[in-house]
Design a protein around this ligand. Structure first.
Ligand code: SF4
Length: 241
């Protein structure tokens, strides 16, 4: 099952049908709920998922799976809360975020918040934004910038994590690695092509370039990004908050 289907399936599991039905209670009948038992069921499911998510986050924070490959050691940085409605899927922490432990605590984060038109308090409100990069620890530096996120990370943790985030409605996919993983075959061969085709992914999915100040030339070469995509992005984010 693809990741996007995973969290859609999670969302469906939360949904409770409000009215009773003639067949309810008979063997083989589909189960329906009146408003009160539905609310109780939803609360119980939420409590169970909260417990599972809390245990999983403890496991992730203790993860040392690929530490021998990490130049600064393991320090998983992510934010996940079952109430979150907006997913921010980036690449992996840089050195500044590795040092602070606060995601997007840098110039790129400031630009990202400007794109979304949100305050730092709104951005770091875990009940609104889930911040789940493709790799949770700083992967080190290569010849042309930071190395790719460690593949062990998404293979090990993402399929377990996303089903426990049932409230996600809007996906912001920042950079090639997040787009490839979340969009699968729908991702185009280059980041620019994938971002340019943003309308093809529906009103709740936005492929984005990295907001790094180093990408200034990309923003100048692609003025449609600020003129067309950003206003729609802001609307979708505000509506989901
Ligand atoms: S990058 Fe991911 S898999 Fe590797 S140590 Fe950090 S949390 Fe574990």
């Amino acid at each position: 099952m693809r990741l996007s289907e995973d969290w859609r399936a999670g969302e469906r599991r939360w949904r409770v049908v409000g009215a009773g039905s003639a067949g309810a209670g008979r063997p083989g009948a589909s189960r329906t709920f009146d408003a009160r038992s539905g609310a109780r069921y939803a609360r119980a499911m939420r409590a169970a998922a909260d417990g599972l998510l809390s245990s999983l986050l403890t496991e992730i924070r203790a993860c040392r799976l690929c530490e021998p490959s990490l130049p600064l050691g393991a320090r998983p940085v992510l934010v996940a809360d079952p109430r979150a409605s907006i997913l921010l899927a980036g690449q992996a922490p840089g050195t500044k975020v590795h040092a602070s432990g606060v995601p997007w605590d840098d110039a790129s984060g400031r630009r990202l918040r400007e794109w979304l038109s949100v305050t730092p308090a709104e951005f770091y409100d875990a009940s609104r934004f889930a911040i789940v990069p493709m790799g949770f620890c700083y992967p080190g530096r290569g010849a042309s910038g930071d190395l790719p996120p460690r593949p062990e990370c998404r293979e090990t943790w993402h399929p377990r994590l996303f089903p426990l985030l049932p409230g996600l409605r809007v996906r912001l996919l920042i950079g090639h690695y997040a787009q490839s993983w979340h969009l699968g075959d729908q991702a185009r061969s280059t980041l620019t092509e994938t971002v340019a085709a943003w309308r093809d992914h529906g009103p709740d999915t936005f492929p984005l370039p990295h907001p790094s100040p180093r990408n200034q030339r990309w923003f100048i070469k692609n003025p449609w990004f600020s003129a067309e995509l950003i206003p729609e992005l802001r609307k979708a984010v505000r509506a989901a908050m």
